[in-house]
Ligand binder design. Structure first.
Ligand code: G6P
Length: 606
């Protein structure tokens, strides 16, 4: 989604504001802009394109001033044009505003303001904000009260930051349902949509809650309630991530770096306190109905969790995509919802959790971002500790979530008596062996995956097939290659193929099949039947597998032989292979790996 940044200092801020929105660029990269206050008021520069291009074209760093706000946009209302880029200003240009979120009543506000003579320049919902503040100023309210009065009129979601000519020493900001965090430095303070906005400058942060606004100067900050202007006492939160973790560290792309960080993220996920895991397992079992939810990748993570919970523990916890949850599921006070979210800010998932709160349903979340809205909203939170994930495409965070769900499934199995303590020990050992298997795979197999991608990435239509635990893997693998390489891949249960889609099979449609280990005999054999069915119709099959028998088989047109791994973790090895394949496919096709078109890392709108 959009990224907001602000710096209030007693030295020039434009250079650091630029760095800051570059660090936030994964939140949106259609266009960007900056407003810096000088003796004439806010000077606004903005344009379409990536931050580096716009910064060069618009000479961002030549702006001189000690207070500024900046924005990187992921368009919702209004096309990707220079005028629609933020900041937006009041008619007289003295008030400049950046915004993340969607203002649902902007149509009626805009009509009202236009009637009063306000001239709108953009098609955005955001532009109503500076005009509304200006209108309240004209009506005689002092700036702070005009700012709050305007925010109180907005419906929908927003994180807003404002600079104004008449109070050039500070930034005004406020939020409802979109994240906003204040960073506290030495003789300067910061504002950001997330920690990455200012992690290079400070590790002390204050997380703003819905309905709060703040006035920040270089040496102070005051947080107050939008409803009555009363001050709120805030806790300062230390940020555990460091700036180095957010750098590429020699890799050409964040995606590759983050794929390579996976052995470490698994170790981190395995180090999460056992009691927190057992607690969630217990909630799953004790609830009348349990569901796991997420969207995009995290929905597929939830689906994988569903399979492990069913098979390891005999617990039924259907995964439901958060964007459809409220319309398709019934739940109440005796039920339990576990949300999975890397960012902890995703609108669709938050919508489910907020409604669950209202219905007194017990909630928990597994999130990666410390201090995120979800982490603060739910009854129980598990921080996955994967470190910053900068590439828009989720890899390491998703794997860590899968590990945590498998741990929950194992503990649930112990609680339901399906898993003996000795079995549990064995299974944990298998999880603990995974980091070495992944490291080995990445070191020894990357070359094979690269050549496979070079050979096959020009095929535009794919079926990604898997059975059992390999089905959610096929779904997630298909999403990866769609997101980053823009190849069409339809994830499907291998057994479902024959019920319709098989009619599409011909020599042009490629199938990528995720084959279970030979130890999972029934699943393996059934997957082999699907391969036979495709081949019988003249289809082409690429398989990811670890079977010596299959390696020699004439059935496969292409293959990637994976390292041997116990059935408990083998699907995860297939996933890592698919992540790497998607990466190399994108590189082969010359795509923008870390910032694919139309995507944003954290989607905070409906
Ligand atoms: C966006 C991203 C996806 C991500 C999904 C869920 O759509 O583009 O890559 O999987 O949000 O994000 P979350 O932060 O909730 O895991």
């Amino acid at each position: 989604m959009c990224g907001i940044s602000g710096i209030i200092s007693n030295t020039s801020v434009s250079r650091r504001l630029l760095d800051s929105i570059q660090n936030l660029e994964y939140r949106g990269y259609d266009s960007c802009g900056m407003a810096v206050i000088n003796s004439h008021g806010p000077i606004v520069r903005k344009n379409v394109g990536h931050v580096a291009e716009v910064a060069e074209k618009e000479l961002f760093t030549s702006l001189d001033g000690h207070v500024g706000i900046a924005h990187t946009r992921w368009a919702t209302h209004g096309g990707v044009t220079p005028v629609n880029a933020h900041p937006h200003t009041s008619c007289d240009g003295t008030i400049a505003v950046v915004h993340n979120g969607i203002i649902s009543n902007y149509g009626e506000l805009k009509a009202r303001l236009m009637k009063k003579g306000h001239i709108f320049r953009s098609e955005t919902d955001t532009e109503v904000i500076p005009h509304l503040i200006e209108e309240y100023r004209k009506g005689g309210l002092p700036l702070e009260r005009a700012f709050v009065a305007a925010l109180n009129e907005l419906d929908g979601s927003f994180a807003v930051a404002m600079v104004a000519a008449e109070e050039p020493w500070g930034i005004f900001c406020g939020k409802h349902e979109s994240p906003l965090i204040i960073g506290l430095g030495q003789n300067e303070n910061y504002l950001g949509s997330d920690f990455n906005a200012f992690i290079e400058y400070t590790k002390n942060a204050v997380v703003m809650e819905d309905g709060e606004y703040a006035i920040i100067t270089h040496e102070s900050y005051a947080v107050k309630r939008m409803s009555n202007g009363e001050p709120v006492n805030k806790q300062v939160m230390p940020i555990e991530w460091d700036a180095e973790m957010s750098k590429k560290g020699g890799f050409p792309h964040y995606m590759l770096k983050e794929i390579h960080e996976q052995p470490r993220t698994v170790i981190k996920a395995l180090a999460i306190d056992e009691n927190a895991i057992i607690n969630l397992a217990r909630r799953m079992i004790e609830a009348r109905r349990a569901n796991v939810t997420g969207v995009g990748t995290t929905y597929y993570v939830a689906q994988l969790g569903q399979y492990y919970l069913a098979s390891e523990a005999g617990v039924s916890a259907p995964a439901v995509s958060a964007d459809e949850f409220l319309e398709g599921s019934a739940f109440g006070p005796e039920d339990f919802i576990l949300a999975v979210s890397q960012s902890g800010e995703t609108y669709d998932t938050l919508r489910v959790l907020r409604e669950a709160k209202r219905r007194k349903t017990r909630t928990a979340a597994m999130v990666n971002v410390i201090g995120s809205t979800m982490a603060r909203l739910v009854d129980d939170v598990v921080m996955q500790g994967s470190g910053p994930e900068i590439c828009v495409i989720s890899t390491k965070a998703a794997l860590a979530q899968m590990i945590i769900l498998i741990r929950i499934a194992i503990e649930a199995g112990v609680l339901t008596g399906r898993i003996t303590p000795a079995d549990r020990k064995q299974k944990i050992k298998q999880l603990e062996a995974l980091p070495d298997i992944i490291s080995g795979f990445l070191n020894e197999y990357s070359g094979f995956v690269h050549t496979l991608a070079q050979r096959t990435a020009h095929h535009h239509n794919w079926l990604y097939l898997g059975r059992g635990r390999y089905y959610p893997i096929a779904l997630e693998a298909a999403l990866k290659v769609k997101e980053v390489a823009y190849l069409h891949a339809e994830g499907m249960p291998a057994g479902f193929l024959k019920h319709g889609t098989i009619a599409l099979i011909d020599e042009k449609l490629k199938s990528l099949v995720f084959v279970p280990t030979e130890k999972e005999e029934e699943l393996y054999n059934m997957t082999m039947s699907s391969i036979e069915e495709i081949k019988a119709r003249g289809g082409s099959v690429t398989a990811f597998h670890s079977s010596r028998t299959l390696q020699r088989s004439k059935l496969l047109d292409d293959q990637l032989m994976l390292p041997a791994a116990p059935p408990l973790v083998a699907p995860l090895v297939s996933l890592i292979a698919a992540q790497l394949y998607s990466y190399f496919a994108a590189v082969t096709l010359g795509k923008n790996v870390d910032k694919p078109r139309a995507l944003a890392k954290s989607v905070t709108v409906a």
